[in-house]
Design a protein around this ligand. Structure first.
Ligand code: F6R
Length: 615
């Protein structure tokens, strides 16, 4: 939710900030803005719409000179997307300029107070209130910007990552973080600040990630100074060396990031188990589990907390953990879990799944679980993210950056990590027969090549997409391990093509949704050979007798469903628990093609943002 970028150094800040904002557009794209210090004053341009609009506006209307600047791409929370509500926001005196990602919950009362003291507001945002609060503190207390930021932030309730500059002190940027991510790139006599490392990775591999309630003064010619906002304690910056490279965050010849990321899945799954899975020795090595084996072995149950697609991966994991490791599992929407006074004990293991590692509800669920004594294990993609740091232990998915707003490779790599964990625990507990365990490892190792084969359905999927691109409603059905895949297929279609779609367990159809079926209704059914095949075939018969259009995902060589369905898409055979890794592929491709055919913005669907750092 919102991307922020800043630069201070010997280069021109403008191109760095614009390119950085384009890379961060996945975080929000309602509006964008930039402020640059040209040596004597701050120039500012901001607009509703994409960074591309900002670029045009800025290049036509302002001086682009200067080695200090901040920029913002917005996902609106307070105030509709328009020019006034866009960031950066300026304080009443014109001295201070801020960009902010997050929400200031008590901004109304602060605004009232500042209004009484004569402040004027030109936007509906909480951010404009914050910059004026900082200004008021700075004047009243007669302190420097860093100190004023510190005092002001102690008064606010909410979440933030901010970058703020002062036209009277153009050798520094002050940044602070609580709940929203903020990284500082450390170059040779230059610094970058950004919501993630993508805006600065081509300039430096060295980065400091701010922890919650930390602030920093990034000053030219000086080392970074970190402070705790509340108690003023000095913290020492931990400079990490990043492994990310620039190719990973560019489209690499694909029309959209989503398509690139769909095609990256064989590599991403391989990277997920690389170094962890040793088929010859029959071993799974995962430091986060090995070091905490007792906690897992003694767990009464596992509670999985996540949102959206990650929640769907959690549902697949529920089947895997119960089936293989015989551990009871509950899967919770993090947003519900955090507010419903759940029963949590120190015998619980909580697994938090999050691609971004920044989802506010998941983070809050983790804090609640920890406060109640549970052991919390994270499954994240983004290295160094807030969730990765907040959890007791964890395993990264190593999927590489996922930039398309619709999650694809995050889903399959999360399932891969969770399968490794379940298999490892199954073996440790001795509840899974040795021969089956070995067969499982061999099969898991073959998944990347089977995903390659599943991707070969692309041309056929495109033809099917053409047939159903104008549908207004769709149903997705699956059973067992493939019920969550049905939910995920429906979510993918909804979010990028704006077609209403619902996922159901196939057998639930009779309890209501069957009433929707007529000759207009496309029904996507996952009907792979393993697991409840005959029962799903019966469900298909029921749809056919009501003239629904059937598009079935089947196992290679299937003939029975072919007789009944309007279209079949084949995926390679595998063991039942691993089928979601294959059946989800044609459904991802289908949503992609339908969205492209409908002229939708695939990578940046309306109203969404990649990383939901507000509740
Ligand atoms: C759907 C999608 C979202 C995310 C959800 C959780 O394609 O991307 O539903 O899965 O916002 O995000 P993370 O995994 O970053 O916590």
């Amino acid at each position: 939710m919102c991307g922020i970028v800043g630069y201070i150094g010997h280069r021109d800040a403008y191109p760095i900030i614009i390119k950085g904002l384009q890379r961060l557009e996945y975080r929000g794209y309602d509006s964008a803005g930039i402020a640059l210090f040209d040596g004597s004053d701050i120039n500012l341009s901001k607009t509703k719409g994409k960074v591309e609009h900002l670029k045009k506006k800025a290049e036509e209307s302002m001086s682009l000179k200067g080695g200090l600047g901040i920029g913002h791409t917005r996902w609106a929370t307070h105030g509709i997307p328009n020019d006034e509500n866009s960031h950066p926001h300026i304080s009443n005196s014109g001295d201070l300029v801020i960009v902010h990602n997050g929400i200031i919950e008590n901004y109304e009362s602060i605004k009232k107070e500042l209004t009484k003291r004569g402040y004027n507001f030109h936007s509906d945002t909480d951010t404009e209130v914050l910059v004026n609060l900082i200004e008021e503190v700075k004047k009243k207390e007669d302190v420097k910007l860093g100190h004023a930021v510190q005092i002001a932030l102690s008064e606010v309730v909410g979440a933030y990552a901010i970058a703020i500059i002062d036209r009277n002190k153009p050798d520094e940027i002050v940044v602070a973080k609580l709940g929203s991510p903020l990284a500082i790139g450390v170059g040779e006599n230059e610094f970058f600040v950004a919501s993630d490392a993508s805006p600065f990775i081509e300039y430096t591999n060295n980065a400091v990630y701010l922890a919650d309630e930390e602030m920093a003064i990034v000053r030219l010619g000086k080392e970074i100074k970190l402070r705790k906002i509340k108690d003023d304690a000095i913290a020492y910056p931990n400079i990490m060396e990043l492994k990310l490279n620039i190719e990973e965050i560019e489209k690499g010849g694909y029309d959209h990031f989503m398509l690139k990321e769909i095609y990256e899945q064989p590599r991403a799954i391989l990277d997920t188990y690389r170094g962890r899975l040793n088929v010859d020795q029959g071993l799974i090595k995962m430091a986060g589990i090995d070091d905490n084996l007792e906690r897992f072995m003694n767990a009464d149950r596992i509670i999985i907390v996540a949102c959206g697609t990650s929640w769907h991966a959690g549902l697949v994991a529920e089947y895997i953990f119960e089936d293989l490791a015989r551990i009871p599992v509950e899967v919770e929407y993090a947003s519900e879990f955090r507010y419903r006074n759940p029963v949590i004990t120190d015998k619980d293991v909580v697994i938090a799944i999050s691609q971004s590692g920044e989802t506010a509800d998941t983070l809050a669920a983790i804090k609640l679980a920890k406060a109640n004594g549970a052991f919390v294990f994270g499954v994240c993609n983004v290295v160094g993210s807030s969730i990765a740091r907040e959890t007791d232990a964890g395993a990264y998915t190593h999927a590489g950056p996922e930039i398309g707003v619709a999650s694809t490779k995050a889903f399959t790599t999360q399932i891969t990590v969770l399968t490794l964990v379940a298999l490892k625990l199954a073996k440790e507990k001795g509840v899974f027969p040795e021969s089956k365990y070995h067969e499982f490892l061999i099969e898991l190792e073959s998944i990347p090549s089977k995903v390659e084969r599943a991707l070969e359905s692309n041309a056929l999927v495109e033809i099917i997409a053409e047939v159903y691109k104008n549908a207004t409603n769709c149903l997705y059905l699956g059973r067992g391990y493939n019920f969550p895949v049905a939910l995920e297929g429906a979510l993918k279609l909804k979010e990028i093509s704006y077609i209403h779609a619902e996922g159901y367990p196939a057998a639930e159809m009779k309890h209501g949704p069957i009433a929707l079926i007529d000759e207009q209704m496309p029904v996507f059914v996952i009907a792979t050979k393993k697991g409840h095949y005959d029962k799903v075939v019966s469900n298909i018969q029921e749809i056919k007798s009501r003239k629904g259009k059937i598009i079935a995902i089947v196992t290679e060589g299937d003939s029975q469903v072919k007789e009944l369905a309007d279209h079949v898409i084949e995926v390679p055979e595998t063991i039942e628990s691993l089928t979601p890794l294959l059946t989800t592929i044609p459904l991802q491709l289908l949503s992609y093609h339908i969205a492209v055919m409908r002229g939708c913005n695939v990578d940046q669907p309306r109203n969404l943002a990649k990383s939901v750092t507000v509740e």
